[in-house]
Design a protein around this ligand. Structure first.
Ligand code: IMP
Ligand code: MG
Length: 199
């Protein structure tokens, strides 16, 4: 099966001013609500075109994926199932800790098509480890979809099949992404003030 991936917009370093009512700790806006919505609609069309009405299990990586996954799956009209895997690598703030699978999928994936959905592909450890974990169940195929990709910090050779936006090396929050479990509820993707981040 071929992959339809419309070109992922490359977000520039320039930040817009924080939206009204943004937390004070936000330095600026990177991706607006309307840009997110337009791009996710396009991603949904790409994925829909590839899978049509075939069997598909969408596996979201908790917790950062929750908002993105909710919007993405509503763009799909095939007979999909949704499951979650818990993965934790950033234990606190932005520092990378030990990797751990904190919840296993509940669906029988043997012989099935699987699409992993994660919030961001950064160093690449999370997607690699989740892929390895799911592969143990012998699915027919595993693909991956991430909302954001930071290419600058990749440590593992891995690419996602569908990428929402390529972003510069900012620590971003909102639209599911957290800093120490906060800010997931912001409806846009923003950048935190440097003073909050460890040097
Ligand atoms: P990787 O294992 O380095 O690719 O990191 C992926 C995971 O790290 C994501 O699922 C996020 O939870 C977290 N992460 C990486 N960069 C950011 C960021 O800029 N903001 C919030 N979380 C991030
Ligand atoms: Mg996180």
């Amino acid at each position: 099966m071929t992959t339809t991936q419309t070109e992922s917009p490359r977000v520039s370093l320039d930040l817009s001013p924080p939206p009204p009512n943004a937390p004070e700790s936000l330095k600026g806006l990177l991706i607006s609500e309307s840009s997110l919505s337009d791009r996710i609609q396009q991603l949904g069309q790409d994925i829909q075109q590839d899978y049509q009405n075939e069997d598909l299990v969408v596996v979201g990586v908790l917790s950062g994926t929750i908002i993105f996954l909710a919007d993405l799956v509503r763009q799909l009209s095939g007979p999909i199932e949704v499951d979650f895997i818990g993965a934790s690598s950033y234990r606190d703030g932005t520092t990378s800790g030990d990797f751990e699978i904190t919840r296993s999928t509940k669906t029988d994936l043997k012989g099935r098509r699987v699409l992993i959905v994660d919030d961001i592909l950064d160093a690449g450890h999370t997607l690699t480890r989740v892929h390895e974990q799911l592969a143990q169940q012998e699915p027919k195929e595993i693909r991956s979809c991430v909302l954001l990709e930071k290419t600058a910090r990749r440590q593992v050779q891995i690419e996602a099949d569908y990428v929402g936006f390529k972003i510069p090396d900012y620590f971003v929050v909102g639209y599911g992404l957290d800093f120490a479990e906060r800010y997931r509820n912001l409806p846009y993707v923003g950048v935190l003030d440097d003073s909050l981040l460890a040097p």
